[in-house]
Design a protein around this ligand. Sequence first.
Ligand SMILES: [Zn+2]
Length: 495
Amino acid sequence: MRTKLFCGWLVGHERSKHVLWRDAELVYENDRIVFAGKRFDGTVDHEIDARRQLVCPGFVDTHVHSGHRASHRLITDVGRPDYFGQPFLEISVAKSGARVGGDPRYARPDDDAAREDLELNATFTVAEMLRNGITTFVEFGSQRRVQEALHEQVGRLGIRAYLGPGFDSGRWVGGTDGKLVRVVNEEAGWLEFRGALEFIEETTGDHNDLVRGILVPREVETCSLDLMRAAAQEAAARKLPVAIHAAYNIHEFYDVVREYQKTSIELLESIGLLSDTTNIGHGNFVAENPMMNYSGGRDLKIMGEHRCSISHCPINIARRARFLDSWEGYREAGVNIALGTDTYPRDMIMNMRTASYFGKVASHNLRAASAAEVFNAATLGGAKSVGRGDLGRLETGAKADIVTINLARTDTLRFGPVRDPIKSLVECGIGDDVDNVIVDGIVRVSGGRIPGIDYGALRARAQEAGERIWGGWQHWDALGRTAQEMSPLSFELMG
Ligand SMILES: [Zn+2]
């Protein structure tokens, strides 16, 4: 079946670059683009009117942690100084032996009560991404049951996914007085690793090839060298992309330097884990970052030489008083910058804006992190990180992953006059401006709605789960604080 979109603006792709067309046409047949340009002469079976819209490639979210992120709502404006703003330490390091009620990411694998929460989290995650125009995502190392729940929603709601259970050689827990204690379990790590390979073998190509595999050694500092080496070998042998958190955490940076006399990036290079399909989670605390006070740093050069990607999550790190230092420096070194939403909101348009503004400030250059560059990062950069030349672009032969964005809404004045749709989108847009989302040639969001998903009901379920998590926080928090003690409401609650 052939479908034609009439486009007010169209982001096409020619000679390896996005190009802009005005009053143009985009045609796809089944799952592939067959035409992007001024006028298509052939016949079509179906037409979509996007004459008042910007038609562009779907966004690629390279850093997703599944769930509604209720626990993350506890760390806005607050945090433990000894954690240096590291979000996962704040909300993922439980009191030794404790589990978070209602948060299946931390449930024991044999806990059946978590099944409903797993389904809710996966549904919320996939629906939120689709609503915001994300057509491909990378899940960053949740346990196998989370991947299985996502796999199901990928089939039901239709999004492109890179899935694979994460693995590590042991986690952090909160010891006495909230001290960080490392629980090493090398054997469990190998078990998880073998399970990940098995899951990837079993699921790759599922749901009309929407599901692909990715190897995720979760964090450089929580994986043994042997485990990471094995991951590098399997990734090369099976041609799988890799995602790993590295150069992302003050504790991690200095722990790795002390343990190995190398930076995290140097360590990853030495064990063969850097390639043009390696996605380094955040990668913002590199040796060249003046904040690290490290002499003779060459992390950016190494990452550039291996054509690595970083999944830069500008909103999430800005909330923790961090930024990428600097956008321009990474680009000049040849690092592929891809974007991720990481936590909430899963809105790539807001993330593009944040990346652009912080990119200018940190680069001390108003030309840095332009609207074009952040748009490239949200589309081509993400596609490149997983080695896909057929995603993130609208050219003949590419996958029909298409988003239409309404720049002419009459219920808001936010956009004002639109001259350059990319600049307008980056500066004034939000995810809710996304009108239609097409993945693999199938309309998955129409007029902002996802068939089969009641946003109100889904939010009510997430709210209820959030109340449960916040209500029992003191049983889980390493310092035994209630949610209110840890994270007071902005103003005094008067009843
Ligand atoms: Zn992450």
